[in-house]
Every structure is written in C-alpha cells, then in structure tokens.
Design a protein around this ligand. Sequence first.
Ligand SMILES: [Zn+2]
Length: 75
Amino acid sequence: MSKFDVPRIMKTILCKIKGHNYITVNKDNIFLEKVECKNCKEKFASDGYGRTGKLTPYWVENNIFFKIYFQKQAI
Ligand SMILES: [Zn+2]
C-alpha cells in the first residue's frame, strides 16, 4: 500500500480544476509524443491528432508496433 501523499493529492486536485500543465518529454519520436504534467508528474501521450491520453501500457505497445512497422517499410 502506498502511503498517503498529501502534496501530490493537492496537485492532482489543482490539475483537475485548472487542467494539466503539459511539458514534452520526448520529441525524437514522430509517431507518439510523450508529455508529462509539470504539476502532478503524470505521463501522457499525444497521438499527433491533438488528442492527449494517459500513457498506458497500450500506448507504449502501440508505439513499439508502429516503430517496428515503419522500420520494416523503410528497408
Ligand atoms: Zn497534472
């Protein structure tokens, strides 16, 4: 069980009210831009259509799939 982290929860509430403060953490990947919230440190992924979703194992898996797919196309 994780301990009760009050400051983090306060930041999360702030994010819920004001919205996340995104910063890009990975610019070298053209297929999937990884962004992180400056406030709550939660990671998200931008799919290139302007949609930003929570960075889940599904996203990471898809990202790897696309990487391999395009590398194969290039050969
Ligand atoms: Zn946030």
